[in-house]
Design a protein around this ligand. Structure first.
Ligand code: PLP
Length: 483
């Protein structure tokens, strides 16, 4: 396959397809008949048993699909989720979303990757090595931290009543974000497949740093594509990637443009190359792989919640860019309908301003970078550039799985503005001595709206603190000085 031919094909993936595939939004379709809604009750897998995540090599691997079965009446919602998950394992489709919208020339590479992914899910040696890497290299498990002063702050606003707020400290991972959970696992897969040249795209730089670190550890070549706009905004992470041995290539534009360039580069080197996706988007199996490797966040959270208060969280809150950290913490609880799953998108300059990254709130269904999902697009199906002060939230599409969870009504999605996120960064610094990434600060900011609405005093709310905010300290200072 000549590179030129592939280049042509890839340009089809991300420029032409959205035009042809734009559909009317199905945003209000709760229980869409097309998704195979089945009213009958059945047995379910709702009682999920979680073993310790960090175990010695060859101990039992806990895949998000390896769940202990306790018969119970399955609700319509859980039946839908089960159906979607079963279908997605082979087709990559979550209801109408996902899929493999790529030129035929790439199908066999993606099929090989899907086959390898299915193999490693049940390979005890691979899983043993991954557990050790997660424990000794990444630093898992991450704490579930009781944010007492932040909880008191909201109790103060609520006449002494309010939730107990916990932070899942993904910011304490090696590299400072959740991205390494997936990067290390996929780098191991690449090595197993004999791929020596890893390509990645990054926006905020956290996935770039994670990938560069994983490649250095495993002795793999690493090239990271970064938009020139983002390079200027996140210079600290660009430096780190270079120190970690990655070649950093500047691309005109932002994260979406860097992603297109990484795909083009990978297509030119299918035998040696491996596209290491950090976002839960793209053609199957990429979103499922990313979700699988991030699901460790939710598994730990369930066990830690049980240890700390003997139950489940009442609500789990996460920011949504592509959806990898949100799915990472949601997935474990998706069948627990008593746990609210709350995704927070970036409203940027305001949800009605046209300058935001609120894809699930404002997008229509379409195809981008090889998969169907909600998408920020104009009436002709052309991409609308996203905006957020949280650089890692700037992506015009979103995870197919989150798109599905939105449509069946299992997860709720809200948005907060740049200013609200910047204020939340400052609040968490002052109340807890924790500086969140501005992406994660969007999830923290939503507490302002959520806390007054919670009916139960002492409700347990877990916020996924997806990353640390050293990279954003300058932007926050600039904002505070102007305020
Ligand atoms: C710390 C952090 N949180 C969240 C995100 C958003 O990505 P996702 O929605 O895939 O978790 C990013 C992306 O770079 C990030 O760096």
């Amino acid at each position: 396959m000549s590179c030129a031919k592939n280049f042509h094909s890839v340009s089809v993936i991300h420029s032409t397809l959205p035009q042809f595939s734009k559909q009317k939004s199905s945003s209000n379709l709760n229980f869409n008949p097309k998704l195979g809604y089945n009213k009958s009750s059945a047995l379910s897998y709702s009682a999920i048993t979680v073993d310790p995540v960090v175990t010695a090599p060859n101990d039992k691997y806990i895949s998000s699909r390896s769940i202990n079965i306790e018969p119970t009446v399955k609700s319509d919602m859980v039946a839908l989720i089960d159906q979607a998950e079963e279908k997605s394992a082979t087709t990559g489709k979550f209801g109408a979303f996902g899929g493999v919208f790529v030129p035929e020339t790439l199908v066999s590479s993606l099929s090989k990757l899907a086959a390898e992914f299915n193999l490693i899910l049940h390979d005890r040696d691979f899983q043993g090595e991954l557990q050790v890497a997660l424990r000794d290299y990444v630093g898992r498990e991450t704490p579930l931290y009781y944010a007492k002063r932040l909880s008191d702050y909201y109790k103060g606003k609520g006449n002494g009543q309010g939730p107990e707020i916990y932070l899942k400290r993904e910011d304490l991972n090696h590299g400072g974000a959740h991205k390494i959970n997936n990067a290390i696992a996929q780098a191991m897969i690449a090595q197993r497949m004999g791929r020596t040249s890893i390509v990645a795209a990054t926006g905020a730089g956290q996935h770039g740093v994670a990938t560069a670190a994983a490649c250095a550890k495993l002795g793999l070549e690493c090239t990271v594509f970064v938009g020139n706009v983002d390079m200027a905004r996140q210079p600290h992470n660009v430096l780190l990637m270079k120190h970690l041995g990655a070649e950093v290539k500047s691309v005109k534009g932002m994260f979406k443009d860097a992603t297109s360039e990484a795909i083009r580069n990978w297509v030119c080197d299918l035998d040696r190359g491996y596209l290491l996706a950090g976002a839960a988007v793209g053609p199957h199996p990429l979103p499922s792989m990313v979700r699988e490797f991030q699901a460790v966040i939710g598994k730990e959270t369930r066990r830690q919640a049980m240890e700390k208060w003997g139950g489940k969280p009442d609500a789990v809150v996460a920011c949504v860019g592509s959806g990898s950290n949100a799915l990472g913490i949601f997935h474990e609880f998706v069948r627990d309908e008593d746990v609210r799953l709350i995704g927070v998108e970036a409203a940027g300059s305001g949800i009605e301003s046209g300058r935001h990254s609120a894809t699930l709130a404002k997008g229509d269904v379409g195809v981008y970078h090889g998969a169907m999902s909600y998408l920020l697009q104009d009436d002709q199906g052309q991409i609308i550039a996203p905006h957020s002060v949280g650089v890692g939230l700037e992506y015009p599409a979103v995870s197919p799985e989150l798109s599905f969870l939105k449509d069946i009504g299992r997860a709720e999605f809200h948005s907060v503005t740049d200013e609200e996120a910047l204020d939340a960064y400052a609040l968490l610094c002052k109340t807890e001595g924790i500086f969140p990434a501005l992406e994660a600060a969007h999830a923290v900011a939503y507490l302002e709206k959520l806390c007054p609405t919670l009916a139960v005093d002492g409700a347990k709310v877990v916020v996924n603190c997806s990353g640390r905010g050293d990279k954003d300290a300058g932007a926050v200072m600039e904002y505070l000085m102007k305020k």
